[in-house]
Design a protein around this ligand. Sequence first.
Ligand SMILES: Nc1ncnc2c1ncn2[C@@H]1O[C@H](COP(=O)(O)OP(=O)(O)OP(=O)(O)O)[C@@H](O)[C@H]1O
Ligand SMILES: [Mg+2]
Length: 271
Amino acid sequence: MTVERLRAHYGFTRTPFGRDLAPSMLFAGRGHKEAVARIGWLIGEAALGVLTGEVGAGKTVAARAGVAALDNSRHTVVYLPNPAIGARGLHMHLVAALGATPRFHTASLIGQSADLLAAEHDERNKNVVLVVDEAHLLTGDQLEQLRLLTNSDMDARSPLACLLVGQPTLRRRLKLGHLAALDQRIALRYHLAGMDLGETVGYVKHHLQLAGRSDPLFSDDAVALIHQTARGVPRAVNNLAVQALIAAYVDGKGIVDESSAKAAVTEVTSE
Ligand SMILES: Nc1ncnc2c1ncn2[C@@H]1O[C@H](COP(=O)(O)OP(=O)(O)OP(=O)(O)O)[C@@H](O)[C@H]1O
Ligand SMILES: [Mg+2]
């Protein structure tokens, strides 16, 4: 099954339910909108926040949308896609992202990242926004380093907004005794839940519109079954919708009906 054949069959101008969406092309569901708004607030406050959600819930997409709207002359965004790089790696990433060469000795490297953060603010009048994705992978050591970096209570030296993005286990981790000091400082906690049925309907329509099909291509019961099986989680909806499109194509159908959606469910859940 080639993507080209699917495109030709349905007259798509691009492959629907893809990953490469610009922030302006995103579907603004309730959870997504609220997450983006709260991230905006967090950055304004230069505070520490936690965004959680199930796998595929749209966390990364929301975090990227939240920082995409920022004025580049006022903010420096540092995005860490995967924190499995140790405490040293965290500082090295930050230092490199702020345009310097990381120092070799750890103690001096830690001072260097703190100094660079302060310099962004004091000399360039910019606030740094650190987004750590897959933050459930952060070690206790790394969380302690983040606590120190965001510790601007004493003297407002380095206003750093920090957003930890991760799976629901992240919340529980932060509750652990030795992390209490960090947990207390969290000014924003938002859990991105799955979409409700009405949102999934709008979501599917939105993705199809982006691909050039504004007319109803999925029957109502097909979308309802996809929604139920995916529990409103966007990535799961994407996967089921694509499989359903393939099933309908294979059966020579012009629209995706419930039996195509059922075939998709069987395909995806038996993997
Ligand atoms: N608001 C949205 N508009 C359009 N598509 C979306 C939206 N949110 C999520 N998606 C789709 O769902 C996919 C998964 O989203 P995302 O990668 O942000 O999930 P995640 O919560 O970060 O998952 P993981 O836990 O695996 O990192 C995206 O690639 C995109 O196709
Ligand atoms: Mg993600």
